[in-house]
Design a protein around this ligand. Structure first.
Ligand SMILES: O=c1ccn([C@@H]2O[C@H](COP(=O)(O)O)[C@@H](O)[C@H]2O)c(=O)[nH]1
Length: 241
């Protein structure tokens, strides 16, 4: 169950990320997410090393480009052995199909799972309609993106816990819903807009939670992490680990 909570390692340098991971010495290794802040400074070899050490890795690069460029980027990432990679659903069907082919071509024992970002959890209804220019509700947009991302070969989506049940209805139970924008009760939402508690996300069908600052900025990160794991464990939802 602890691997259902993915920690966003949003740190500026490898050394800071390693100091943070030292808190887990002697504990089961957590599922970690590396975004471009850390990836750009620490580099691909840092990821490969963590993988060798036994960390499940989610590389959150949110690829979004013409199909050929995304496919070539994925080929370069193939040898790192990452578990999850993000691409933007708004890159369109052909881009996702190319990403899937590249992920399959470079797969070792296990193929990386491709997660399509639907609408960022920092986007609210007004931004979607007035700034981004997409009509309709956030839920409608997210479930439409999820449907075509599945048809194009994505393994799941990144969405808010607010849309999980719609996404599962629009796709299938096995299509992954990975949810950032998680805030335990009483925690500051910061720049996130579509937030839910860990319990609500899992109750509504999320497969994985992504949690950054509520853990990384906590005075006791391991305790904050386990508090979230316990909150979802109490729901008694069964996962195949
Ligand atoms: O829609 C999205 C996609 C990705 N993220 C990433 O998740 C974490 C969340 O961090 P918090 O500190 O818990 O807010 C962060 O790395 C984002 O880049 C997201 O929040 N929303």
């Amino acid at each position: 169950m602890h691997n259902r909570v993915i920690i966003a390692l949003d740190f500026p340098a490898a050394q800071m990320a390693e100091q943070f991971l030292d808190h887990w010495r002697g504990e089961q290794k957590p599922f970690i997410k590396v975004g471009y802040q850390l990836f750009y400074s620490a580099g691909p070899q840092w990821i490969a090393k963590r993988k060798e050490e036994g960390y499940p890795i989610f590389l959150d690069l949110k690829l979004h480009d013409i199909p050929n460029t995304v496919a070539k980027g994925i080929e370069s990432l193939g040898r790192l052995g990452i578990d999850f990679l993000t691409i933007h659903a708004s890159g369109g069907r052909t881009m996702i199909e190319a990403a899937r082919l590249a992920a399959e071509a470079t797969a070792g024992r296990e193929r990386m799972k491709l997660l399509a970002v639907t609408q960022l959890t920092s986007t609210d209804q007004q931004m979607l309609n007035e700034e981004i220019g997409i009509p309709g509700t956030v839920e409608e947009c997210v479930s439409r993106y999820a449907q075509f991302a599945q048809k194009a070969g994505a393994d799941g989506v990144i969405c808010s816990g607010q849309e999980v049940s719609r996404v599962k209805q629009a796709t299938s139970p096995s299509f992954l819903a990975v949810t950032p924008g998680i805030r335990p009760l009483g925690k500051d939402v910061q720049d996130q807009k579509r937030v839910v508690t860990p319990a609500r996300a899992i109750r509504d069908g999320a497969d994985y939670l992504v949690v950054g600052r509520p853990i990384t900025r906590s005075a006791d990160p391991v305790k904050s992490f386990w508090a979230i794991v316990e909150e979802i464990q109490q729901l008694g939802v069964g996962f195949d680990e």
